[in-house]
Write a protein that binds this ligand. Sequence first.
Ligand code: TH1
Length: 812
Amino acid sequence: MSESFAVPGIRSDDLSLPEPTPEHFRWSLLHHLQYTVGKSPEHASKFDWRMALSHAIRDRAVNPWFASTRRTWAEDRKRVYYLSMEFLIGRLLEDLAINLGLRDVVVEVLDGFGLSFADIAEDEPDAALGNGGLGRLAACYLESMATVGCPAYGYGLRYEHGLFEQRFEHGRQIETPENWLAEGTPWDFTRPESAYQVGFGGEVAEEDGHQLWRPRSRVLAAAHDTPVVGYGGRWANTLRLWAAMPNADLFDLARFNSGEFAAASEPEALARSLSRVLYPNDTTEGGKELRLSQEYFLTSASVQDILRRYLAAHDDLTRLPEYVAIQMNDTHPAIAGPELIRLLVDEHGFGFDAAVDVATRVLGYTNHTLLPEALERWTVDLMRKVLPRHLQIIERLDTQFVELQGSRPDPVRLIGGDQVNMGDLAFATSHRVNGVSALHSELVRKDLFPVHDELHPDRIVNITNGITPRRWLRLANPHLSRLITDTIGEGWETDLERLRGLEQHADDPAFQAAFGRTKHLAKEGFAGWLADEHGIELPTNALFDAQVKRLHEYKRQLLNILWTIAHWQRIKRDPGAGWVPRVKIFGGKAAPSYHTAKDIIRLINDVGQVVNNDPETRDLLRVVYPPNYGVSMAEKLIPAADLSEQISTAGMEASGTGNMKFALNGALTIGTLDGANIEIREQVGPENFFLFGLTADEVAARRAEPDHARAAIERSQPLQDVLQAIAEGTFSPDETHRYGGLLDLMWNSDWFLVASDFDAYDAAQGEVERAYRDPQHWQRMAILNVARMGYFSSDRSIREYMSEIWDIAPAL
Ligand code: TH1
């Protein structure tokens, strides 16, 4: 902490900026170009303009930010702290311009210089500090908390390298390091004075009845703050990202001076590695010690910061739950329970049970997956090595938890065998545990935590995920947004249920045509981007059929590409049958160590090679897979899609949020009864949704049948023909057996039931074809999808968190 030099009497209100008129904004932009960036307009590059523009916009975020912070202090409000290892923010320039109401002014001023806002905005790298849905959800929730006026902090890590960049070489995924900070980021305010020591390793000693942890090493966590401004600029919160900084004593100057440069810097490099890279794992287990250390680093710095802020205004820590809610985004920050208990007991004189009581009332845990490989478990040995004091606390919690279960013969353990179960630990130290869709929460109750649920029947709640309509409709789809505003007026951006007003226009041919034009414009936008960026030309009259998400067997990109092959074979057999032209669009990354997922990527690209170069089918079928899918690509693609593929094996996708983004933008869904698909279908109406496939219960039953894979293949001639073509090397003429592994999986295990669902999927795709041939009918269904998606605004989700978990009233 740096010494205070506070000067009383000067209020920042006195420094408020004048109205953001074009004149003032023009001045501000040129001012930042000259005095912040240090360039003259005659010599400025696109980057220089982007930086100047970002600073001019950032200036406008500061006053709402101060005002919100001041009000929270003045009214002594409860705050929520959202702890997440991932925040998939994407770009911020246009998001802030829209939320601050500056977009039109910015465009006008840039126009005056002959500059394009879109071009400059495109120059910003994505902040890709997340893998997929879990990280993007955290970003949507931050934006919604600011929009509805929930005092909040997002706490995360400031990874130097976000999610790896993906390229394809001969169809294969190649990963290269991402470098979003290379040119610096204009958004964050560095707070070197807000730094905390985070300890690792060492031993625990007993001193007059007290446990004393003496860590072996300490790393400094330094705060970087980004203001998060809600829509309309009425409230702003903080995203606080921690960067790991070596303590000064780690640098061995004597050694350096004696010429051992690398050795002298090694301990420093090790410390910095805590915030060096994002783990590229989505639902498969990551590297061990560094990952656990990263999780503790985030958690400890955040919990210390939370207590410091609380104690600046209060002295009684027993009342912490009245002022503080900490939400754990999955189990990644689940060490927060033991950490808070440790601080209360070891540093604030609490008894163990009193500390547990306070911690539990402060903490909430969101579960995002049932996949066993994604439920974190750390070995007791690793825990002892990295966090010996926390292990003691977990052992004591485990003993108490076993006692709570009375005479149950096979009690659930927080420490089972030689492993610490982070899910059970998170449950035991939280007052609420939530799933992320109705089905998922039910399965969390029945399959994952049945014993916990019996002991604490009020603890599990459901809060179905949501998405922010500002980014996913207003920003991403300006043409549709304008049509919506022209039709139902303003206000839907913060009250998404108002989209219902579109229902009455669903049968109006003029509105259908206007709606169709917005879709066409979005398709041209995406096609233009694809041509510029990747040299791929697309027919914009085709049905755009998209599956974009992380590559995972349970998400079944394999089902999609196998069907694509079947479709191609059928077109070739009967080219004149009046097929609807289709573009199959894939996007997404595979974890670098996930070989099956990488084989599927390669197969998709190989099929693309053959199909796209087949003169007989070229006009009717294309397969495109633009590399490096991320938030910014999603913003271009989703508005352009006609069909959204949400085809996971039922019971396996906790929620999905891409499904919501597509439907909100008027794509129809082809999907299984999984995750939030179920609720989307209920909302938009079953007649406006292409449903297929086994239910979660049927999946469980089918898996128990011996040889279900082979039996399903033998029942389906189209599937046999597809597998035959792959086996013959149709898509890998230079290496016939390239897909032997995938074929073996299909015939002999098929855990994800691709074969069992193939014919049902094929039939649903037939329905899609028929529906698309009648444009008015299709348009009507698409309009009704948009009109009925209001429920999936993340504002609704956040209001539910506020009332059902955090007990916080909105400040607005
Ligand atoms: C995802 C879920 O797979 C998805 O269904 C859900 O919509 C999303 O979270 C938001 O709730 C998950 N992402 C991860 C990432 C890691 C570990 C577990 C999950 S679950 C690293």
